[in-house]
Write a protein that binds this ligand. Structure first.
Ligand code: IMP
Ligand code: MG
Length: 193
């Protein structure tokens, strides 16, 4: 069998792959290969933009832990990484008001910061984070997200670095969860039933 035929079969198999998490079924949406290829492209841009600036990458837990790690290991030269967590008032609803940011270091004054999110949905979290972080008087703040749901966005906000723009459907995998599960999937899956 030729390499090409193998590749086609594999792509087909990937497309057909489904997973069940609790009561819901998901099918493959963005393959691990596509995710990694896009991260390499974003890293090229970031390496270019932050050359000799010793940026601080701030990953937003839990969802962005894998994206932050994979992006960070593509960075060249001096750079730092840390993580924060955002606690919301209301359970799992993305529309819930953002309560507080935990783990934010106070010594970010004068530093070049890049906030890293897994996904921007309504944009509530992103806008709140940008406002909170700017109070620390950094030299600059930019926002990187692996995924953006433009149809769900409720703010006049555009992330500086975007991996993929996706439809307004619920997804899991590569750090993103459904009820705490699915973060360990290497591909990203979308809800089908
Ligand atoms: P936002 O504040 O509405 O933009 O929500 C951002 C957060 O909601 C993300 O960081 C995720 O934790 C979560 N979220 C939004 N959409 C999804 C999804 O499709 N799957 C899993 N988590 C999501
Ligand atoms: Mg997140």
């Amino acid at each position: 069998m030729t390499m090409n035929a193998l590749k086609i079969i594999r792509t087909f198999a990937l497309r057909m792959s489904t997973v069940k998490i609790k009561d819901k079924e998901f099918s493959t949406f963005i393959s691990a290969e596509k995710i990694q290829a896009r991260i390499a492209e974003l890293a090229l841009e970031l390496n270019n933009d932050y050359q000799d600036k010793n940026p601080v990458f701030i990953g937003v837990l839990n969802g962005a832990f894998l994206f932050t790690a994979d992006l960070f290991r593509c960075m060249k030269g001096d750079c730092e990484v840390s993580f924060i967590r955002v606690a919301s008032y209301t359970g799992t609803q993305s529309s819930g008001a953002v309560k507080e940011v935990m783990g934010l270091s106070s010594d970010l004054k004068g530093r070049h910061l890049v906030l890293i999110e897994d996904i921007v949905d309504t944009g509530h979290t992103a806008v709140y984070l940008m406002e909170t972080v700017k109070k620390l008087e950094p030299a600059s703040v930019r926002f990187a997200t692996l995924l953006l749901k433009p149809e769900a966005l409720q703010h006049d906000f555009r992330p500086d670095y975007i991996g993929f723009e996706i439809p307004n459907d619920f997804i899991v995998g590569y750090g993103l969860d459904y009820d705490g599960l699915g973060r360990n999937l290497n591909d990203i899956y979308t809800l089908i039933a």
